[in-house]
Design a binder for this molecule. Structure first.
Ligand code: GLC
Ligand code: GLC
Length: 814
């Protein structure tokens, strides 16, 4: 069953039924001002940091789940009837309803008793504000006298404090109202230099800024007293809960349309110019007034929208594919790339599953996310890399997370996740391969943000690698520390009391438990580093890295192979984890994926066997589960992984983030059919038809799909902010389609399904557009190349002469 359809031409998903199984959301903003918006106009907005600069309030654990947002009410003055054109909060039975989620905007439109109302929400580029353009059309045979009410609820800035500290908060709320504009200024008098404003293009009939005055006692958003009676009360909030509501009256002739523009924004003032007059406590509104004046004019809002569309056209235009599979095309060309930008902007901070008051930016997460967005925003990727690197510790280890507002490592979570440093090598090498910008390696970056400790980025990479060499366990495998990629495999924590953190309670000395996963990762990063060293003319260093890689590969084969698949780890008792010797958790996906993608056993069939075991034991029609059999009880020595009920999250859920590792592994053994089949199983567009099972948005990946042990097998959760976005993008574009960046140029190495006759890709790379056409002439993956009409040996397209703007590549597969 579907709840809408894809409109690929307009790069939109069109929802045609408001009661989707879960809120289906979109993001507004791509620089500093952001919002989350659901298909019924729910959600909230913030400036830079979802916790510390929250502009509008959101209630967690609400019922309905998605309640409170950017609401508009219409009221028919003749009958007194009122409704929400976005369905919520009044939930009237609308005659028509569509929500179009597009690139950086959402338009929600509906018709009720002959009145059509359509609102387009977006954040203009380079502005700290959002625009709602509401167009109301009268399709009746008679004139319609209507009232429009807007409403948002202001958050008192720190979202955590806002939802807990009531003894203070109920007394501090403050607003100003001037020329129909509502200014929210809580805490502005003292330490804050910022305020919010909510404006409207029309002469208003009135306003409310005190929530209880607008709603009335014992009422909620579904039947505000002000809307019911058709009149606001010009209330001024003193403490309690400041809101912003405008009342606009419209008289529409038959067939007539009218547009009302609302502008909700965030403004900072220089500290010495906060007040006007300067000896008063009144907000200096000069700069705010200028932006409000601009955007309350519909033509200016339209122009800003056009610029936003051009921005997205340009970003997405950097890589466009044309394959025989509509789901591949749609995800690569539109939604997967778009989701990668959302993970760039949000990391794991704010979605309907990440509250925006929890974690900051993950070191591991953000480095991996880079694989998906580096080609779109290389300059910002560079900045991100330098920020992340500055939180690295002198030991080579890394803070697991840092706060985007302060850019400092987060002490609560600390460090000791022993895979973390390696992801920096992955991020940096992806950046250099994309851009050819070797200068980044010479950037001076501090350790732990301590001034004076600056060292070239290259040295940070060396320490990342050495970190593991200095932490090898009894079998010569890397010690796992608090956890590796799997945050829930906590082999040193032995947590036995409620509330104790699984990740940071470390009560074993950590000298025994080892990770085969980190070993696989080490092979990959060791080779990347060797390549980087070679390009820097450090041949000796390069071969030293390769020596360590060869040694580790031998160790994996000796202590990390279980006969039919790769072992996952050794626990604190030096017992195998993920082995046939275990009663539960005999086989794990991470090592099958990472060891095969790192090339272990390509020559002698170990890789093929590991992949065969994966297919036999872990693959389901909804994707590949994390391990089998699921843990049926809590294992003190394994930690959080066994705390989840079987089939969910890391305990045998389909943890989509790691499925692409197996896809890449399949391409390494030359199995294009297998790789693309796995790709399709978790591709949200390919799952659109089963939306009643999948339940999350059909246009973006979710972190998890419930595994076969779960009663809700196939149900997705935690959509949007997941490493799945970057890894799937990387797997499909660089390994299955095989348009792969390398230090020396673009590689063409497709491993596609046998039934595909070919495909085309247009890819901008280092300022040059590559028009690539791949054709099948045989069943295999052997490539012969023609570049600009001339045959080229091998599968590397040489870097074009300076000044060349396009390169034409024809590849034949045999
Ligand atoms: C979450 C974390 C990520 C981790 C994964 C597996 O997605 O953000 O860092 O690797 O879970 O535990
Ligand atoms: C929980 C989640 C895991 C996530 C971690 C982040 O353990 O299960 O997916 O990575 O929290 O700290």
């Amino acid at each position: 069953m579907k709840y809408g359809y894809f409109d690929d031409q307009n790069r939109e998903y069109v929802i045609t039924q408001p009661d989707t199984p879960l809120p289906w959301i979109n993001y507004l903003g791509c620089q500093a001002y952001f919002g989350i918006i659901s298909n019924t106009a729910g959600g909230y907005s913030f400036y830079r940091d979802a916790r510390l600069r929250r502009i509008t309030r959101y209630r967690y654990n609400n019922v309905p789940y998605d309640f409170g947002g950017r609401y508009i009410y219409l009221r028919d003055e003749a009958s007194g009837e009122f409704w929400s054109p976005s369905w919520q909060p009044t939930r009237n039975k609308l005659e028509e309803y569509t929500c179009r989620h597009g690139m950086g905007y959402t338009t929600i439109g509906s018709k009720y008793k002959g009145i059509e109302a359509r609102t387009r929400y977006f954040v203009p580029l380079d502005e700290n504000l959002e625009i709602w353009q509401l167009t109301v059309t009268n399709h009746r045979a008679q004139a319609a006298e209507l009232s429009v009410f807007s409403v948002i609820e202001f958050c008192l800035w720190d979202a955590q404090d806002d939802s807990t500290n009531f003894q203070r908060n109920f007394s501090i709320g403050q607003v100003e109202i001037e020329d129909g504009v509502i200014y929210h200024k809580t805490e502005y008098r003292e330490r804050r230099d910022h305020f919010a404003y909510f404006a409207c293009s029309e002469r208003i009939a009135g306003y409310d800024t005190q929530r209880e005055a607008f709603l009335g006692p014992y009422r909620g958003w579904e039947n505000p007293a002000a809307v019911e009676r058709g009149r606001v009360s010009n209330s001024v909030a003193h403490g309690w809960a400041p809101v912003g509501s405008h009342h606009v009256k419209l008289l529409l002739k038959p067939g007539e349309s009218h547009q009302v523009v609302f502008v909700l924004g965030y403004q900072e003032n220089p500290r010495e110019e906060k007040f006007d007059p300067s000896d008063s406590q009144i907000i200096n509104k000069k700069s705010a007034k200028a932006v409000i004046a601009k955007y309350r004019v519909a033509a200016n809002a339209d122009a800003a929208f056009k610029k936003l569309s051009e921005y997205w056209n340009e970003l997405l235009g950097l890589c466009q594919v044309d394959t025989p599979d509509v789901h591949t095309n749609r995800m690569v060309n539109i939604w997967n790339a778009y989701q990668c930008m959302a993970t760039f902007n949000m990391s794991r901070s704010a979605s309907f599953y990440e509250s925006g008051i929890g974690r900051g930016l993950g070191f591991r997460d953000s480095n991996q996310d880079l694989l998906g967005f580096v080609h779109m925003v290389p300059g910002r990727a560079r900045e991100r890399i330098l920020d992340l690197t500055a939180t690295q510790l002198p030991s080579g280890g890394a803070y697991h997370q840092y706060q985007p507002l302060t850019k400092r490592g987060n002490n609560d979570v600390g460090s000791g996740f022993n895979d973390d440093p390696h992801w920096l090598i992955i991020g940096v090498s992806a950046y250099i391969k994309e851009t050819g910008d070797w200068s980044i390696l010479d950037e001076a970056v501090p350790y732990d943000n301590v001034p004076g400790s600056e060292m070239p980025l290259y040295e940070h990479l060396q320490r990342s690698f050495r970190y593991t060499l200095e932490r090898l366990g009894p079998h010569g495998l890397p010690l796992i520390g608090r956890a590796d990629w799997n945050d829930c495999l906590n082999l040193n924590c032995f947590s036995d009391s409620p509330g104790q953190s699984f990740q940071t309670t470390t009560n074993k000395d950590g000298k025994v438990a080892e990770s085969v996963f980190i070993a696989g990762l080490f092979l990959l990063t060791g080779r990347e580093l060797a390549d980087i060293a070679r390009h820097r003319g450090l041949a000796g260093e390069a071969s030293a890295y390769l020596g360590e890689v060869a040694k580790m590969e031998k160790t994996i084969r000796q202590h990390g192979w279980d006969g039919e698949w790769f072992i996952r780890a050794y626990d604190d008792f030096s017992r195998k984890v993920g082995s046939k010797e275990n009663a539960e958790g005999k086989i794990f996906i991470e090592t099958q994926g990472f060891c095969t993608l790192a090339g272990v056993g390509l020559e002698d069939g170990l890789a093929a066997r590991a992949l065969e075991s994966t297919r036999k034991l872990l693959a389901t029609k909804h994707g590949i589960v994390l391990q089998q059999p699921a843990y049926s009880k809590y294992y003190l020595e394994y930690g959080e992984i066994s705390s989840y009920p079987p089939g969910y999250k890391e305990n045998a859920g389909i943890f989509c983030h790691n499925n692409p590792w197996v896809m890449i592994g399949e391409t390494r053994v030359g199995n294009g059919d297998g790789a693309h089949d796995y790709y399709t199983r978790i591709n949200p567009s390919a799952r659109e038809e089963i939306s009643e099972v999948h339940r999350c948005e059909p246009y973006v990946y979710a972190q998890m799909i419930a595994g076969r042990d779960a009663p809700t097998h196939g149900e997705a959760k935690n959509s949007w902010l997941t490493g799945t976005a970057a890894w799937n993008y990387y797997a499909i574009t660089q390994w299955i389609l095989g348009i792969r960046t390398s230090f020396d140029g673009m590689l063409i190495a497709p491993v596609i399904p046998k039934s595909w006759r070919g495909f085309r890709v247009s890819r901008k790379f280092r300022g040059v557009t590559y028009e690539i056409e791949v054709k099948r002439a045989g069943d295999g993956n052997q490539v012969s190349l023609e570049v600009n009409g001339a045959p080229v040996k091998g599968n590397l397209v040489p870097l074009p002469a300076p000044g060349m703007k396009t390169v034409s590549v024809k590849a034949t597969l045999r």
